[in-house]
Design a protein around this ligand. Structure first.
Ligand code: AKG
Ligand code: FE2
Length: 286
């Protein structure tokens, strides 16, 4: 039975099912990386890549404040940036998308509201799908505006334990999904095995319809539930000059709302993950 739209809607508000617990400083510090002054691309490769592969999420800052040009410099290691907005009338094509509240927002990301857990770029059904996602904070609101992250490794492992048939279904089946954005339709697997045994994750609650076998649909709903569990989400507030870099084939992200009269601006940049420095992305269930 196709999942009805109203079953997804509750997940668009991150307050569901209840308020998240506050920052767990110690845990968050595990994800932090401070880049040295005048870092080189070798520094980047040596410092960033292992952290992306192991943790899947890195909160980067520099002993000198990072600038947007530094972030574009990451291309030599993280792969080319991907043009955004081409399917989206709200902006012109650009490889740097400014996330801030605007008056006539047609997507939730461009409001001051909560934004539910998602992966970016689900409407790109080809090599433009962003493997690495970064949010660089140039202006943070005083209140709210915290970022939320969820490592799908947790969902995969839970599912393996309590519903292995569901894992199998999501590994084998292309699910048929009607996306909310401009009537797009895609057929995709939720879990795709990479040659190295890691698993690429593809998931979004932002859709009108999902059709698969009963096992696949049930497993999908279970992942939705796991990803909104307050005990497993990572909640942190980016500071100006700080960057969140995550493996978009492994992590979901979202954000908490913030007051309308408090400006907040993040630069969203996507990388292909393909460069002369190989990066092993995805869920590593082993
Ligand atoms: O505003 C944020 O912190 C997140 C924005 C976001 O995830 C997006 O626009 O895709
Ligand atoms: Fe996003």
């Amino acid at each position: 039975m196709p999942i009805q739209k109203n079953q997804f809607e509750k997940y668009q508000n991150i307050n569901y099912p209840h308020r998240l617990i506050e920052n767990r400083e110690e845990e968050i510090n595990k994800f932090r990386l401070t880049l040295p002054k005048n870092f080189t691309r070798e520094d980047l490769a040596n410092l960033l890549i292992p952290r992306i592969e192991v943790d899947g999420l890195v909160i980067v800052d520099g002993v000198d404040k990072l600038t947007i040009n530094d972030i574009f410099g990451f291309q030599s290691v993280l792969g080319q940036t991907i043009v955004q907005g081409s399917l989206n009338k709200i902006t012109n094509q650009t490889n740097h998308f400014e996330v801030k509240a605007v008056e006539d927002a047609s997507v939730r990301g461009l409001t001051n509201q909560d934004q539910g857990m998602h992966v970016d770029g689900i409407y790109f059904h080809d090599e433009r799908f962003p493997k690495l996602m970064t949010l660089f904070c140039s202006k943070q609101s005083k209140d709210g505006g915290e970022s939320l992250f969820f490592d799908a490794t947790i969902a995969y492992k839970k599912l393996e334990k309590c519903y292995p048939r569901g894992v199998q279904a999501l590994l084998e089946e292309d699910l048929s999904m009607d996306l909310e954005m401009q009537g797009r339709h895609i057929n995709r697997k939720v879990f795709t095995k990479n040659p190295d045994g890691s698993i690429e994750f593809f998931f979004s609650p932002f859709m009108k319809r999902l059709i698969g076998s009963p096992e696949a649909e049930k497993a999908y709903q279970m992942i939705l539930g796991f990803s909104h569990n307050r005990n497993t989400q990572i909640k942190l507030k980016l500071k100006e000059g700080q960057l969140a870099l995550c493996d978009n084939t492994r992590f979901l992200h979202g954000r908490c709302g913030f007051p309308k009269d408090q400006p907040r601006s993040l630069s969203r940049i996507w990388y292909t993950g393909i460069s002369e420095y190989p990066i092993n992305l995805g869920i590593k269930p082993f």
